[in-house]
Design a protein around this ligand. Structure first.
Ligand code: UDP
Length: 339
């Protein structure tokens, strides 16, 4: 607020001898200023630009600026939307992409994902996707074969995720969804490098961003990449699309009495070894209070339901016990989710 006050003063002050346009701070060019009177969103952007460039016109008020990706007008417009989540991180495993496993990738599956994602982006929900690569190559399974060390094997696995990402991108664009692939290591001929701010900007513009090459580091998984990117881009939830209905109390393939769990706490996931995600990923979610929804990708409509926040699969998050044990952020997150 103080920053916009400074802006009004600058707008109404009498004209004075001015330096050439090119040498003036971007935020104070006349054409920019005029456009600000009519466009509050543009004003917020210029405030952010001025804060970033340390423009003296804003003095030490820059510390009052809202953090990146949360501008005042954005917050208010977001709160008007009727959906539970406004920005989601969808994790699609390689196994899920393989469908019935006759080929590495089932085009019916990629098209089903594309159609469902299209239906929700039209509603204004921002969707980022992390793709796995297990349908093509898993580093851990190949490490040690013919002298292949674990790191090299993992880099091959990361390359596999890029293949899936490009396939998914092509499918999405074939039905008109604007999409960008960002890779965790540079492959600039085929995709953008991962740049957090650019990714957020794409999402704000309604593009689907597909993150490929995992975290860019061996010894990690794409589940961890999903948790990491979710935290980085301020997405509200990780939606983990799998080939099963959710999290069970026992392995449903071996135990016919296994029950599907509706809600599970982070603590239960880690202590009961429910094999939802690897430990690094679930811990990252827990530490950052990122809920995870595990659901079956093969049931038509499930992706769209999960993205708009309808009840589907298993919800993993804070329980009231964890909240009472001092995790106040959980309380905040729950209240936000309930609002
Ligand atoms: N991988 C990696 N670092 C990462 C993400 C993935 O080394 O940050 C490698 C690892 O070898 C892994 C493979 O890429 O086995 C495919 O990823 P993942 O197994 O997570 O795919 P998914 O199980 O989701 O299909």
């Amino acid at each position: 607020m103080a920053a916009s006050g400074a802006l009004v003063l600058a707008l109404s002050s009498p004209p004075s001898p001015s330096p050439p346009l090119s040498s003036r701070p971007r935020a104070l060019r006349r054409d920019t200023l005029l456009s600000l009177r009519a466009k509050p969103r543009a004003r917020a952007r210029v405030c952010a630009a001025a804060a970033a460039s340390g423009s003296s016109n804003f003095g030490n008020q820059t510390s009052l600026m809202p953090p990146f990706s949360f501008t005042l007008d954005e917050g208010s417009s977001r709160s008007k939307k009727p959906y539970r989540w406004q920005r989601v991180l969808l994790k699609v495993s390689g196994e899920a992409l393989a469908g019935d496993h006759t080929e590495n990738i089932d085009p019916k599956i990629t098209m089903a994902i594309a159609r469902e994602v299209a239906s929700v982006t039209k509603l204004g929900v921002e969707v980022a996707i992390v793709v796995g690569g297990g349908n093509i190559f898993r580093g851990a399974s190949w490490a040690g074969c013919s002298g292949l060390d674990r790191s090299s094997a993992d880099y091959i696995g990361m390359l596999a995720t890029v293949m899936n990402a490009i396939f998914l991108q092509a499918t999405m664009e074939s039905i008109g969804i604007p999409t960008r692939v960002q890779t965790a290591f540079r492959m600039s001929e085929v995709a953008e490098p991962y740049i957090r701010r650019r990714a957020v900007r794409h999402l704000e513009k309604g593009r689907v961003v597909i993150f490929a090459a995992g975290t860019g580091n061996p010894f990690f998984t794409t589940d961890t990449a999903a948790a990491l990117r979710c935290a980085e881009i301020n997405a509200e939830v990780v939606l983990k699309a799998t080939n099963v209905d959710g999290v069970y109390d026992a392995d449903p393939r071996h135990n016919p009495n296994a029950h599907l769990l509706e809600t599970v706490s982070y603590h239960e996931v880690t202590t009961r070894d429910l094999s939802v995600m690897d430990m690094t990923a679930i811990t990252l979610c827990q530490e950052n209070n990122i809920p995870v929804v595990v659901f079956n990708l093969q049931k038509p409509g499930n992706i769209a339901k999960a993205i708009v926040g309808e009840k589907v699969g298993t919800f993993i998050g804070c329980t009231r016990n964890e909240e009472q044990n001092g995790n106040t952020l959980c309380e905040e997150k729950r209240l936000v989710n309930e609002a």
